[in-house]
Design a protein around this ligand. Sequence first.
Ligand SMILES: [Zn+2]
Ligand SMILES: [Zn+2]
Length: 361
Amino acid sequence: MRRGETVEIPKTMKAAVLFNYGDLRLAERPVPIPGAGEALLKVAAVAICGSDPAIIAKGWPGHPPLGEFIPGHEFTGTVVAVAPDVTEVKVGDRVAVEPHKGCGRCVNCLRGLYTTCLNYGKPEKGHRHYGFSSNGAYAEYAACHVNTLHRLPEAISFEEGALLTTAGTVLYGYERVGGVMPGETVVVTGPGALGLISAQAARILGAGRVILTGTREDRLAVGRRMGVDIAINARETNVRDAIMALTDGIGADLVVECTGQAGPAAEALDLVRKSGRISFNGIYHEPVTLQLNKIVQWNLLITGPKAEGMWNTDRAIPLMAGGRLDLKPLITHRFPLADINLAFETFTGRAGGAIKVIVNP
Ligand SMILES: [Zn+2]
Ligand SMILES: [Zn+2]
């Protein structure tokens, strides 16, 4: 397809529809018609996110009705049509999508904080969250607002581009926590996709040492391949003792918590130095007890990124295109849309060392 060309668009498409909680099935659905400010994409690649299995099992507050809801939110595609008012992208453009589209009119959106839009889940106000409160991308086509589109250079494949949202979340986490000063010691806990990208990004940002902790040896090995200086297996080694030994008993300058689990989250406070920083990047499904007095008395800075905020996704693009942020080692499996349930089983069962599983509609 050439840019600017008109493309034949069918009336219906194959889509993975949530018919009931836990019941995701392929169905024939109308191809969406792009509304004002939107482009229609032929979806190329969708990455399964850690949040997807929970959405399929339990839904999401304000999700589209069962029988209509199409999940999937980390995706790329080619523009095949645009609404009359769209000049930002053209037919034929390769794009990656970020799932949050703020209302554009609340105080948070006006200040660029669209991932915490105050009109969340109100489509009548212009808010969209693809694959959560709006339809997403486990389908042949998806209509997306230009505010969510990032043009992909040829150097980034559709599959790697599907990980751009995760990279944007990592960069937003570093922005929120004040970045990395050159030469600092950064500890990343949890070698999932977020943790592995956080570790590689720390190196790009100038960390002197990047230490990765986790319990799965195969994931720690991926971390070593991605440039981690020291990988610590928490099953074999006491993480706190190891970090203290590596930092003359002082602790790390910055801890990036990516396990999403209560134990390691609470322990992050034991790994950081006085006046250090902690970024909580995980999704915590249970309350976590933190030593609040230590946060005060140790002068700690604690933050967390709400998803791929403040257009950080766009800043991940040159890092990926130039090969410095190389997310290819994270892509372990690929499935056609027809095998979406097998793709999910592979992802949740971590079969064959699965990290990022790609669905190709
Ligand atoms: Zn996600
Ligand atoms: Zn808003």
